[in-house]
Design a protein around this ligand. Structure first.
Ligand SMILES: Nc1ncnc2c1ncn2[C@@H]1O[C@H](COP(=O)(O)OP(=O)(O)O)[C@@H](O)[C@H]1O
Ligand SMILES: [Mg+2]
Length: 453
């Protein structure tokens, strides 16, 4: 590696720190475009942020994102990868490809060719030690396979937090215009808000509902009178199928406060689910994190000022970094269902109460909406070759550009620089640095599962 020479003017002579001037930081890389100054590049660990990481397939996005995320989950508050304050964040990584779970294995010399390769990278970073990282891996209930490591923890969907839109999406029916969708919407309304009639009994609405309630409500007089028996039968059958699926078997599901833990990296494997299911789960989790965090931050704010305030009487939701790899698999540019609306709200409102997001995608255009783009603090660009993608990236750039860019001593424009990036190098733009720069990404200290097997 390190065969391409990058040099940008003016040279950066100081240490580089992106994301803000907070007291604490994580180490993400080393400067690569300022001659002999190969100072460390740090990412601020105190402020809330919106980061987008883009690049073509195999360019090093997941690796770069993983390197940053692991540093937010070091067992020690102070170590060679990071210095953390007392108020650690939790990291939740949504992984549509199931490549990140190998983060449970620390890098070591041996085991396999892949591990040896990763270990060798550390030789050129003498200051970096293989620090213990706190990693939890969640596999959707009912999707575990015998080959999975025993450390995987089952994840259950919080059924009670699904909205009519979610049910409609899972069913594949529009809740406004399709009879089955309208029926799902009406079941939801009756079970959660209105109550329903079975025989001579009135069943009161429930705060926490599950699939058994939706199924019972199909026998409501009004529903039986308003929908064709065919529609009722089809919906009943589908609700029963879900009810038999371990993923849906708990009304409250896996609590977000169990999933997201301060100072830990939790990885949710989504590859064994359908695209619609991924989108619904993402939407539900993002909404729940936002609601739980909003409540916790309110309680923290009161405790900070009110001598009479006691500690929160509910499970505390830590400040959170939501990370989404291959975001286009969860948020396709056409639509994206409930996940897109939830993520947009998370980006626009979340930073007021401690919510950050780190997304990686192959497709920069449409990755985040025009409204949310204004919230983007840092952009990390890996190699791209498609002109359309390069143009899209140029529109997102947050900081000043170098006055002059040279690749292998030849003066080039930004597009050419992006085309020339090698695996392991990235072009970084952030509103908190004077100019965008090229960096070498820090090697990871846990196994990176990005190789094809
Ligand atoms: N910073 C890096 N240093 C060394 N090798 C890297 C680095 N980043 C990526 N690689 C190599 O490239 C492969 C693909 O990287 P990955 O991040 O998984 O690509 P993608 O952009 O598709 O997410 C990795 O498995 C690893 O072998
Ligand atoms: Mg990847």
């Amino acid at each position: 590696m390190a065969s391409v020479r990058f040099s940008c003017v003016p040279e950066i002579t100081s240490r580089v720190r992106i994301g803000g001037p907070g007291e604490h930081q994580v180490l993400i890389g080393r400067l690569r475009d300022s001659g002999r100054n190969n100072n460390n590049v740090y990412f601020d660990a105190d402020n809330n942020f919106v980061v987008l990481e883009v690049g073509k397939r195999g360019s090093g996005k997941s690796f770069g994102m993983g390197a940053a995320l692991e540093a937010f989950a070091t067992a020690a508050d102070t170590c060679s990868l990071a210095t953390h304050g007392p108020d650690r964040r939790g990291v939740l990584l949504l992984d549509p490809l199931d490549i990140h779970w190998t983060a449970i294995y620390p890098v070591q010399d041996g085991v396999s060719r892949h591990m040896k390769e990763q270990h060798k990278l550390l030789a050129r970073w003498p200051d970096v030690a293989v620090e213990p990282i706190q990693v939890n891996v969640y596999m959707p209930a009912g999707r575990a396979q015998a080959e999975d490591p025993p450390a995987f923890v089952p994840f259950q969907i919080p059924v009670t937090d699904l909205t009519p839109e979610d049910w409609g999406m899972l069913y594949g029916a529009n809740i406004i215009s399709d009879p089955a969708g309208m029926l799902l919407w009406e079941l939801y309304e009756k079970v959660t808000r209105l109550g329903y009639e079975i025989g001579d009994n009135h069943v009161a609405p429930k705060g926490v509902y599950g699939l058994t309630d939706l199924i019972a409500c199909l026998d409501d007089h009004d529903i039986q009178a308003s929908y064709s028996s065919q529609t009722v039968r089809a919906v009943r059958q589908r609700l029963r199928t879900w009810h038999g699926d371990p993923l849906f078997q708990s009304d409250t599901g896996t609590a977000v406060t169990d999933l997201v833990k301060a100072g830990q990296l939790s990885i949710l494997c989504l590859n064994r689910l359908s695209e619609d299911m991924r989108s619904v789960i993402t939407g539900v989790l993002v909404r729940k994190i936002q609601a739980a965090r909003s409540r916790s931050s309110q309680s923290e704010r009161r405790q900070a000022y009110d001598p009479a305030a006691g500690a929160a009487a509910f499970p505390v939701m830590p400040r959170t970094i939501l990370a989404i790899d291959e975001a286009q698999m969860i948020l396709p540019s056409s639509g994206g269902g409930p996940a897109r609306a939830a993520i947009e709200s998370y980006i626009l409102e979340g930073r007021n109460f401690g919510l950050s997001i780190w997304m990686a995608t192959q497709i920069p255009r449409g990755a985040i909406s025009q409204k949310a783009i204004k919230q983007l603090d840092s952009l990390i660009v890996h190699r791209l070759s498609n002109a359309d993608d390069i143009n899209a990236v140029q529109d997102l750039i947050q900081s000043g550009l170098p006055q002059k860019i040279k690749v292998n001593d030849r003066e080039v424009d930004l597009g050419e620089l992006i085309r020339s990036l090698e695996v392991g190098t990235a072009f970084v733009s952030s509103d908190s640095v004077e100019r965008a720069f090229v960096m070498d990404v820090r090697p990871r200290v846990v196994a990176h599962g990005g190789k094809a097997f």
